[in-house]
Structures are given as C-alpha cells and as structure tokens.
Design a protein around this ligand. Structure first.
Ligand code: SF4
Ligand code: SF4
Length: 365
C-alpha cells in the first residue's frame, strides 16, 4: 500500500550555513559544502519560515554547520516564534555567549540541543579540531540551564571515545540535562570518509549497550536517554527521517530542499530550490520528495515485508553508499542481499589500527 496525498510535514530542518568553528571527523555534512556566498539571505529565510507556517509545519530546527555563525539567527528565531512555530537550535555551543543567550531568550527560543564530542577536554577538542571548545560547551550548558530552558545534551559515539560513554552520561547529569542523546555516528559525509577510524567493533557496541541500559534504569523518570545504535551492527534499518518525504523537509544553506540532509549524495536527482519553488509544491509534487515516498517504489524483499510501513525500507543514502543503488533495500537490513557488506565494513574498520582522520573543512571558494 502506498501513502496517498501527504499530510503536512511535521518539521523543517534549516541548515543555515555550513560554516562551523569545529571540524568534527564524524560530521554528516556533505564533503562538498555550500560556500558562504551561496547561502540564502535573511529575507529568503524569513519567507521560507512564513511558508512553513502556512503549510502547517509545527517545528523548526535551526541547524548547520553551526547555526550561530549566522548573524541573523536571533531575527529568524523571533520570526519563527511569532508565526507560532516551535523553535529548536542544534548547536555546538561554542558561540553561545551570555549576550547571545539573552537575545535568543528574548526572541522566544523554545529549546537548545547542545552537542559534546567527549566527556573530557583533550579528546573532545582533538576530534572537534577546536582548542578550548569543550570548556565553552560546558559554559554554554550552564547558560542554557540558567536561562530556564530545557537542555538536550547530544553525545556522538565512535570508536575513539566509546570507552568514556559512562563519563559522558555522568557529565550530562552534572549539567542538568533533561534529555540525553547517546548517538552512534551515522556514516554519511565526513563520517563516511573517516569510517575506518570511527566504526566500533561488536564488542565495543555491546559495552555501550550495557552502559546505556544501566543508566536508563538508574535515571528512569529523571532524565530521558535516546539511544541511536549504528546501522552497521543492526539487523534492521531505522526509519530514516521517519520515511522519505513523510515527516521532514531539510533545507541546505543554499536553499535546496532535501528529504534528508545526506540526500545530495544521490545521483540522478535535481533537488528543488526554495529560491525557485514554493515549499508547498516541493512537498506535494516534486520528484525529489515523491520518488521514494510510500511503498510503491520498493523492491523485494521490502515490497512484501510486514515492516515496510514501519521502517520504509531504511535509508536511501545508505543504500547508495553501501550497495551502490539508492533504490535498493537498505543493507542494514538482514534481509537485504547486500547485508554482508556491513559486516565487511566492520571487519575493515577493525583491521585498521591507524586512527588518523580527515578533519571536516569548508572550502571557502
Ligand atoms: S558535527 Fe561538528 S563540524 Fe559538523 S556541524 Fe556539528 S559541530 Fe560543526
Ligand atoms: S525487508 Fe525492507 S521493509 Fe522489511 S525490514 Fe528489511 S528494510 Fe524493512
């Protein structure tokens, strides 16, 4: 059964800029990032927010890159809040000064999600490529709490910090987070490039599973822990973005509307620009949003599978990256004919004793 005319998207993810003071080796931004001069103007983003409210979108997530690198962030948050949109900023926190916090609060920000690279400064600053970054994040977390906003602390897990997951949870508790995300790296963009230095072994994953299970039991009712396991070790894929063209629109810094942030890796697509088309039309009828929407596009074994409207066949970008075919069943699924490629990637990463990685860098052209 396919999904008929789509309900409005629930959320709009706005990648305001690919600029970022950090250089995380696990960043999921594309290798070919949008140059600063190509970014949408303030007026263009304001119009996008108006359109989002008009078509019934409920939430706006300001992301990047580092969204706080845009000088108009406060103006955009105020505009979204005035249109009745729930506003969330996904930030590294290193630019969240007292003045910025006060301005965002006055603008009506609802929520801030703060990312951490590790529990301690030295390894955090190494993987993020930003000396002093960890200390700034700790200060940012305190500012968020003092402002009375809920704090979600996001910890991205990979082979080079995995043994400190318990300390990361302790840090989240100490900072007063209401919610923590313990998220294994998702291997897109720079993370895919650096996969052999980041992908954990099955034993390492089992260790994290145990630590997270214990912490969930201990913190039950006090702090919610969202746990995202790496697809490479999974038997079944995740419902990427809640299904293709099903719940979210992601807009790149230069205005391309994408069903997910990694979709630009897919060949054969022309992604519509909000500079040229209305959000309503992009969502309802563009090829980019309808091609993998629902279930009609599915190959076997998805087509006859009773989970097809649960995980929607998994991730198209991962199918391309691993199986070489965006229309294939996600190789994370144990029923995929390409599932063995995941085990081969884990073995290749395990055989790699060199933990060097390529820092994420923006080409300023
Ligand atoms: S993952 Fe790191 S480099 Fe990428 S946008 Fe976030 S903070 Fe910046
Ligand atoms: S066969 Fe397809 S629909 Fe079924 S679990 Fe695997 S990826 Fe999901």
């Amino acid at each position: 059964m396919s999904v008929p005319a789509p309900a409005p998207p629930m959320g709009l993810i706005i990648e305001l800029t690919h600029r970022c003071p950090l250089q995380c080796a696990y960043c999921s931004n594309p290798l070919a990032m949008d140059a600063p001069r190509s970014e949408l103007t303030t007026d263009e983003w304001l119009d996008v927010l108006d359109q989002a409210a008009e078509i019934g979108i409920l939430q706006v997530h300001f992301s990047g890159g580092e969204p706080m690198a845009r000088r108009d962030l406060v103006q955009l948050v105020a505009h979204a809040a005035a249109r009745g949109l729930y506003t969330n900023i996904i930030t590294s926190g290193v630019l969240l000064t007292d003045a910025a916090m006060a301005a965002l609060l006055a603008a009506g920000i609802d929520h801030i999600q703060l990312s951490f690279q590790d529990a301690h400064a030295a390894p955090a600053d190494r993987i993020g490529g930003y000396h002093g970054g960890h200390e700034k994040k700790l200060a940012a977390a305190r500012r968020i709490r003092e402002a009375g906003l809920p704090l979600t602390a996001n910890f991205v897990i990979h082979r080079q910090n995995i043994e400190r997951v318990g300390e990361m949870i302790a840090l989240g508790e100490e900072l007063g987070a209401e919610r923590m995300e313990i998220a294994h790296t998702q291997y897109y963009g720079w993370a895919l490039l650096n996969r052999d230095a980041l992908l954990p072994s099955a034993e390492q994953l089992a260790f994290v599973n145990g630590v997270v299970a214990q912490a969930r039991e201990r913190l039950n009712g006090r702090i919610a822990i969202d746990y995202v396991v790496p697809d490479y070790h999974a038997a079944r894929p995740k419902a990427c973005m809640g299904g293709w063209g099903n719940r979210f629109i992601n807009i790149s810094p230069s205005g391309k509307a994408l069903p997910c942030h990694a979709a630009e890796t897919l060949p054969g697509f022309t992604f519509p620009s909000v500079r040229e088309q209305r959000l309503r039309d992009i969502w309802a009828s563009s090829d980019a949003f309808t091609r993998f929407r629902g279930t009609d596009w599915m190959p076997e074994p998805c087509r006859a599978c009773d989970r097809r409207e649960i995980d929607w066949g998994g991730c198209r970008c991962q199918a391309l990256a691993i199986a070489g075919d965006a229309a294939a069943t996600d190789p994370a699924c144990h029923r995929s004919p390409d599932h063995h490629l995941m085990a081969e990637a884990i073995a290749a990463a395990g055989a790699n004793t060199v933990l060097d990685f390529v820092p994420r860098r923006l080409n300023q052209d």
